[in-house]
Design a protein around this ligand. Structure first.
Ligand code: KG4
Ligand code: ZN
Length: 339
């Protein structure tokens, strides 16, 4: 059986990305152009600037992904593209390019949910690995933590999702970004907080943990407000802000909330394994907390695949492709698409 090669395209937010993946798992190439330096001056993603940046770079990024895979468009079997959730104006750039390529090459077009992409990042491995690692086993309990989402999802089978709960207010990544801003740390906040927290005492401040017992939901706005109140209080007393201690105390609270609820759900639903994905899964403290226990096998993608990329879109697209799914050329973007 000839291998199926999927070209993935991702432009949902502030990364312009393309990748080629074989049989949903073997990573032939993955190219990501980050706009982070451009948006940093605004302290967050500026949607109009993002779309324009996508247009300017997407062609070169797709070319680069094909070149690095030593393939031409004629070697590709399907085009997978992020259809949502994300910024409408940014999604449209990727989807329109994908349509153009699908028409030109007469290839199947598959619109992929960005969150599903993050999940499938755990299936990827480098094409030159001596042997493919074991993929995650079902039923699988997934914690999806990104800038826009915090969700607990029970995955029964490939493409079969049951959403257990999610954040009622801020996403985990959003909380990192907002707290970083109020501590005067640069955007994106996650990596800045992690760095600042290295020299801090996580017990210096006790911030609240919203447990929301009896639900699989999360809430981070109270935690964010508690940090804000502490900062205001210290400032009003003319104190220098102990940035490292504040960052470490905030980070440990987020990690504790996420880890506790995820393990609880994994036990209740008798999951065979846990999967942690999305930008916040790049957080070292979170990774260590999950990986230091022996109760469940834990799958967390390598750092390069935690934040937005197109390899995960190609991987998820492949599983839809082999299920026979195809999208028509009038495929529209879905900026608020849930899983
Ligand atoms: O998945 P992603 O790249 O984009 C979305 O789909 O949202 O996630 C971006 C989010 C941002 O909020 C960023 O601050 C957070 O992931 N993030 C981190 C770390 N690296 C990125 N949060 C905590 N620790 C990190 N090391
Ligand atoms: Zn993402």
């Amino acid at each position: 059986l000839a291998p199926a090669r999927v070209l993935g395209i991702e432009t949902s937010c502030d990364e312009t990305a393309a990748a080629v993946v074989e049989n949903g798992r073997a990573l032939l190439s993955s190219v990501v152009a980050s706009q982070v330096d451009i948006h940093a001056q605004y302290g967050g993603v500026f949607p109009e600037v993002a779309s324009r940046q996508h247009i300017q770079t997407i062609y070169a990024i797709v070319d680069e992904a094909l070149q690095r895979a030593h393939l031409g468009l004629s070697d590709i079997d399907a085009i997978a593209v992020t259809r949502g959730p994300g910024l409408a104006g940014s999604l449209v750039i990727g989807v329109n390019l994908a349509k153009g390529l699908a028409i030109a090459q007469n290839l199947p077009l598959i619109g992929v949910n960005h969150l599903e992409g993050h999940i499938y990042s755990a299936w990827l491995y480098p094409a030159d690995a001596p042997s493919p690692p074991q993929p995650p086993e079902f039923p699988l309990l997934a914690l999806l933590v990104s800038g826009g989402h915090t969700e607990l999802i029970l995955i029964h089978q490939h493409l079969e999702y049951q959403r257990l709960g999610g954040t009622l207010d801020d996403a985990a990544g959003e909380a990192f970004d907002k707290v970083a801003r109020l501590l005067g740390l640069p955007y994106p906040g996650g990596p800045s907080i992690q760095k600042a927290a290295q020299d801090g005492n996580p017990q210096a401040f006790t911030f609240p943990r919203a447990r929301l017992e009896g639900t699989w939901n999360f809430s981070f706005s109270g935690l964010k407000t508690a940090v804000l109140r502490t900062v205001r209080d210290l400032e009003s007393r003319g104190r220098n802000l102990p940035i490292a201690d504040l960052a470490a105390s905030f980070q440990v609270a987020v990690v504790e909330i996420l880890v506790q609820k995820t393990f609880h759900a994994a036990k209740v639903y008798q999951a065979k394994a846990i999967l942690v994905a999305g930008g916040v899964s790049a957080n070292e403290a979170l990774r260590n907390a999950f990986l230091s226990q022996r109760e469940f096998p834990v799958h967390i993608p390598p750092l390069s695949l935690c934040t937005d990329n197109a390899a995960m879109i190609a991987a998820a697209g492949y599983f839809h492709y082999i299920a026979g799914e195809r999208h028509p050329l009038n495929l529209d973007v879905l900026p608020n698409w849930t899983l």
